[in-house]
Design a protein. Structure first.
Length: 140
């Protein structure tokens, strides 16, 4: 009998951290309009912006689809998430999936939407950012 194994090894956590991209730097995704006190301060030409990616606070493991388990299908699904300035997940979509089984993609997407994040920031101010979350399906 094969047992399911869920994990987030150090390499995956590093990939998650490396996959965060501020929305205003992502092609096609405009930054939300700034108003009043939220208006960006003028850029200091001598200093670079300091961006801190959103932090995964709580990981929710997906349920392994029975058909995929029965057929021995394994793989990783990369989920792309838009994390709001308050840490809420605004959008979640499959960036790269497992071609043999769309059920794994659906399970990964459902689990990713339940994960909890702390907001990312630029120059100490919380901002909306894109993140990538790899979800690994592996049978023992």
């Amino acid at each position: 009998m094969k047992l399911e194994r869920w994990f987030l090894p150090a390499a995956v956590l590093a990939a998650v951290a490396a996959g965060f991209v501020p929305v205003d730097l992502a092609a096609g995704d405009p930054a939300p309009p700034a108003t009043g006190a939220e208006a960006p301060r003028p850029a200091d030409p001598g200093k670079a912006d300091m961006a801190v990616p959103p932090r995964l606070v709580e990981y929710v493991a997906p349920e392994y689809p029975e058909a995929a388990r029965r057929d021995g299908i394994e793989g990783a699904v990369l989920i792309r998430l838009l994390i709001d300035a308050d840490g809420a997940i605004v959008t979640a979509e499959v960036a790269r999936g497992v071609s043999e089984n769309v059920e794994l993609e659906a399970a990964a997407l459902a689990a990713a939407k339940q994960c909890v994040f702390a907001a990312g920031s630029v120059n100490g101010r919380p901002v909306r950012m894109w993140a990538q979350l790899p979800i690994v399906f592996e049978l023992d």
